[in-house]
Write a protein that binds this ligand. Structure first.
Ligand SMILES: Cc1cc2nc3c(=O)[nH]c(=O)nc-3n(C[C@H](O)[C@H](O)[C@H](O)COP(=O)(O)OP(=O)(O)OC[C@H]3O[C@@H](n4cnc5c(N)ncnc54)[C@H](O)[C@@H]3O)c2cc1C
Length: 421
């Protein structure tokens, strides 16, 4: 397999001085890039071919302390903030999309219960209870190497944020009883805990998004089942099969956020949904890097044959570079301004960034194949995998490409609360 990279094409995606990264960001991204380049890239083709979970990569992430990348320092983690994590995750996506995407599901369990929760409103009692509970989750991750998944999709409109989750949690003693079914549960069969989003039933009232509960379900709990096959077009290493929760009891302490707090997070910290983009930004970079190396005759097995002399190829590379730079600049700005209670303009820019990354990653892969030619898409080269993986980005809810377009247009044309007569 020819996933090796030469040094010229492996410069940092965001050079520390040029993008004014903090010392922490520069160090973290450098370490993560080296790990992904040397360990994840050579394995990517195999996980893709067999549609198997990148267990070896997660072992490496654990060995390097990266499972706890967004666990606050006070709990033994690296304490990376939102942007530092996003920059590091993009470097993983560059070398193995499926690893970056599944790692994101795991990291969200720390980011949402950590830095995000810290910014949200809670009563003093709620906060101290949350501190106690998250300490348990973080200890599992930091000390035991536990891996968390993030299954919220159900096949209806809930994952899009339009209605309450149909997976329900009913109070039962000092805990809840969960019933429901989650599709595309990435890390299925490989996670130790599933960070499930479900709706708490309150008396006989209709299910409400305000009662969304975010709770960790141990993989081995009674009533947890994984169903269905997994043989998709792209992102094959994510192993996103169906998770069935059949009357599963979980204790109060499994709550990853206090009741009702997820709803506050989703409405006040919307950039939480932008964390799927680093994976695909990394893929966009990889498609460009590959094209340059291929046309320069530097891809292993090419015998040094250069294909860069033709003007049309130079032109194509130029348009790819422009698209990549536009995408990275917009993404960097959106990620940099993530905060609680962002302005409407900032939220709209985040939607633009999501759309641009997801669509442009696929477009850059398409252009890379068109520019490099037929031999470049043979299966012993990574480009055709990048192309297939990149196709999945626009489908990711709640900020799918369609939904971003809908919101960007509406927010530009209507003021807050404004309606047509
Ligand atoms: C590789 C991969 C890994 C994934 N991993 C996870 C995971 O770990 N956890 C998880 O929860 N999910 C995961 N997903 C699922 C993903 O986020 C979506 O939920 C899923 O792709 C939706 O599939 P669907 O067939 O139900 O499409 P639909 O939801 O029917 O979407 C089809 C189209 O309809 C649009 N649409 C959907 N709802 C609305 C609406 N209310 N209003 C307007 N337009 C709408 C969408 O934008 C989309 O373009 C993963 C998906 C993939 C491809």
């Amino acid at each position: 397999m020819s996933d090796a990279h030469d040094s010229a094409a492996d410069a940092p995606m965001f050079a520390a001085a040029a993008w004014r990264l903090t010392a922490f960001e520069a160090d973290l991204t450098a370490r993560v890039r080296e790990l992904a380049r040397t360990r994840f890239a050579p394995r990517a083709a195999e996980f893709d071919a067999n549609a198997t979970f990148p267990t070896a990569n997660f072992a490496d992430l654990r060995a390097h302390g990266l499972l706890g990348v967004c666990v606050p320092r006070a709990y033994g983690g690296l304490g990376a903030d939102y942007r530092s994590y996003a920059l590091a995750a993009a470097e993983i996506g560059r070398y193995c999309g499926a690893t970056a995407l599944t790692f994101n599901m795991h990291v969200c369990s720390c980011l949402w219960s950590g830095a995000l929760a810290d910014a949200l409103e809670m009563s003093a009692d709620q906060r101290s209870e949350h501190e106690r509970r998250r300490a348990r989750h973080y200890a599992r991750i930091v000390h035991d190497g536990a891996i968390y998944a993030q299954p919220f999709s159900e096949g209806g409109s809930a994952a899009a944020g339009a209605v309450a989750f149909a997976t329900v949690a009913r109070r039962d003693g000092h805990g809840w009883r969960l019933r429901g079914r989650k599709i595309f549960a990435s890390l299925s069969g490989h996670a130790d805990y599933y960070g499930v989003l479900c709706t708490e039933t309150v008396d006989d009232a209709r299910l409400s998004r305000r009662h969304t509960l975010y709770v960790a379900v141990p993989a081995g709990a009674d009533g947890v089942r994984i169903e269905g096959d997994w043989d998709p077009l792209g992102m094959r290493g994510t192993v996103s099969r169906t998770l069935v929760l059949d009357d599963v009891w979980v204790g109060d302490d499994e709550a990853l956020m206090p009741s009702g707090l997820y709803y506050q997070a989703a409405t006040r910290w919307p950039h939480m949904f932008l964390t799927l983009t680093p994976t695909y930004l990394g893929i966009a970079q990889a498609a460009f890097d590959f094209t340059v190396r291929y046309l320069r005759g530097e891809v292993p097995g090419q015998r040094g044959e250069k294909r860069r002399q033709v003007a049309v190829k130079q032109h194509a590379v130029a348009t790819m570079r422009i698209m990549l730079e536009q995408t990275k600049a917009l993404w960097f700005q959106a990620v940099s301004e993530a905060c609680i209670d962002p302005s409407r303009e900032q939220v709209s820019r985040a939607h633009c960034a999501q759309y641009a990354v997801m669509e442009n990653a696929n477009e850059l892969c398409r252009q890379a194949i068109r520019t490099c030619g037929g031999q470049s898409m043979l299966k012993d080269l990574p480009l055709e995998r990048l192309y297939r993986d990149s196709r999945c980005g626009a489908l990711m809810l709640p900020w799918s490409a369609d939904l971003c377009i809908e919101r960007i247009g509406r927010d530009a044309l209507y003021l807050e609360g404004e309606q047509d007569p």
